[in-house]
Design a protein around this ligand. Structure first.
Ligand SMILES: Nc1ncnc2c1ncn2[C@@H]1O[C@H](COP(=O)(O)OP(=O)(O)OP(=O)(O)O)[C@@H](O)[C@H]1O
Length: 314
C-alpha cells in the first residue's frame, strides 16, 4: 500500500440499544476511490463519518489525513468535502453565489480568486449569474461537486452521488472523480447502485454494522467465490424461467441476448451445467465472474437474510 490516508481500528458506535457499527478496522490509501456497499441502514454512513472525525466513536481509534479522528477532528473537517445524495446547494442563489457561500463557510482568504477559478473550471463563465435552481440535473451536480471541492479538500465523501442523474452526466461525473483521485484526493463513496460501485477501485461491504468484505474491486468476485456461465441460444426467456427456481443456479440475469448464471456452490452449479449441456439446445460458456455478478449476489443475499452473504464472505 502507498501512503495511508485513513487508518482506523475497532470503531464502534451504539445508538440506543443498536450496535450500528461494530469493531470496524480499515486502511485507505491516499488517492483511492473506496466504495461502501451494503443494505439500507447497515451502518455505511455512520462508519464513514467516524472515519473522518465527523462523528465521535464510542470505542476505537484512528487517524485520518495525519490527524487523530477523536482529538483533532476540527483539523480533519477543514480538509474534507462532503457531497450528499440530495442536491445540497441553494436553488435561489446564483451559481457564483453558491460557490462564494461555500468558500465563505470555509473561511477562505483567497475567496474571490478561488470562486473565479471554480466558475472557469466548470466552463460557466457566461452563466455565473444564473440561478442554480434553473440548471439541469447534470449541471447541478457538477456545481455541487465544484462547491464541495472549493477549499481543495484532501478527502471527498460522496453519498450516492449520481442517484437520479442521466447516464452521460454520470460518466462525466466519474471522469472528474478519477481526475481528483489521480491528483491524490481520497474518495469514500456510499452507495446502493451497481454502476457507482463498479467505478470504485476498492470495495467494503457492510451489513448489520460488520465489515464482511474489503478488498480491491477486481478481487471481490474471487473473495466471494462466485462462478458464472454465459448462456446463448434460442428462447432465453424459457431457459430463465426453468432456471430461476433451481437452487443450483444462485442467480440468473439477462444481459441482452445472453443469460448469466452464477453461483457460489461450484459443485452444484457444475452439475446443473452438465444437465443443461446434455440437452444440446444452448451454449454454456464459463466466464470470469465480474463485479456486476458479485454485487447483485451480495445485495440480493442481504435483502433475503443475514446468513447468505455472511457465510459466503467468510
Ligand atoms: N444519530 C442517530 N441516532 C440514532 N440512530 C441513528 C443515528 N444515525 C443513524 N442511526 C441508525 O443507525 C443505523 C445505521 O445508519 P446509517 O445511516 O449509518 O446506515 P447506512 O448504511 O448509511 O444506510 P443508508 O444506506 O440507508 O443510507 C440505522 O438504523 C439508523 O437509523
Amino acid at each position: 500500500m502507498g501512503e495511508v490516508a485513513i487508518s482506523v481500528r475497532g470503531l464502534t458506535k451504539v445508538f440506543g440499544k443498536a450496535r450500528v457499527v461494530d469493531d470496524f478496522d480499515m486502511e485507505v490509501e491516499r488517492g483511492a476511490i473506496y466504495g461502501f456497499l451494503g443494505p439500507n441502514g447497515s451502518g455505511k454512513t455512520t462508519t464513514i463519518r467516524m472515519m473522518c472525525g465527523l462523528l465521535t466513536p464510542d470505542a476505537g481509534e484512528g487517524r485520518c489525513l495525519g490527524f487523530d479522528i477523536v482529538s483533532q477532528s476540527r483539523e480533519i473537517k477543514k480538509r474534507v468535502g462532503y457531497m450528499t445524495q440530495r442536491f445540497s446547494l441553494y436553488e435561489d442563489l446564483t451559481i457564483r453565489e453558491n460557490l462564494d457561500f461555500t468558500a465563505r463557510m470555509f473561511g477562505m482568504a483567497n475567496r474571490k480568486q478561488r470562486v473565479d477559478e471554480a466558475v472557469r473550471d466548470l466552463g460557466l463563465e457566461g452563466r455565473a449569474h444564473q440561478l442554480a435552481g434553473t440548471l439541469s440535473g447534470g449541471w447541478k451536480q457538477r456545481l455541487a461537486l465544484a462547491a464541495c471541492m472549493i477549499h481543495d479538500p484532501e478527502l471527498l465523501l460522496l453519498d450516492e452521488p449520481t442517484a437520479g442523474v442521466d447516464p452521460k452526466a454520470r460518466r462525466d461525473f466519474w471522469d472528474e472523480i478519477r481526475r481528483l483521485s489521480a491528483r491524490g484526493v481520497t474518495v469514500l463513496v456510499s452507495t446502493h447502485y451497481m454502476d457507482e460501485a463498479i467505478q470504485c477501485d476498492h470495495i467494503a461491504y457492510i451489513a448489520y454494522g460488520k465489515k464482511l468484505i474489503d478488498g480491491r474491486a477486481r478481487d471481490i468476485p474471487n473473495q466471494i467465490g462466485i462462478s458464472t456461465y454465459v448462456v446463448t441460444g434460442p428462447d432465453l426467456m424459457a431457459v430463465q424461467e426453468r432456471l430461476d427456481p433451481d437452487k443450483r443456479a444462485g442467480q440468473v440475469m439477462r444481459f441482452g441476448d445472453k443469460l448469466h448464471v452464477s453461483g457460489t456452490d461450484r459443485v452444484a452449479l457444475d452439475a446443473l451445467v452438465k444437465e443443461e449441456r446434455a440437452r444440446g439446445t444452448h451454449e454454456w460458456t464459463e466466464k470470469d465472474a465480474g463485479l456486476e455478478e458479485a454485487f447483485i449476489y451480495l445485495m440480493a443475499g442481504a435483502k433475503d437474510n443475514f446468513g447468505g452473504p455472511v457465510e459466503a464472505a467468510q
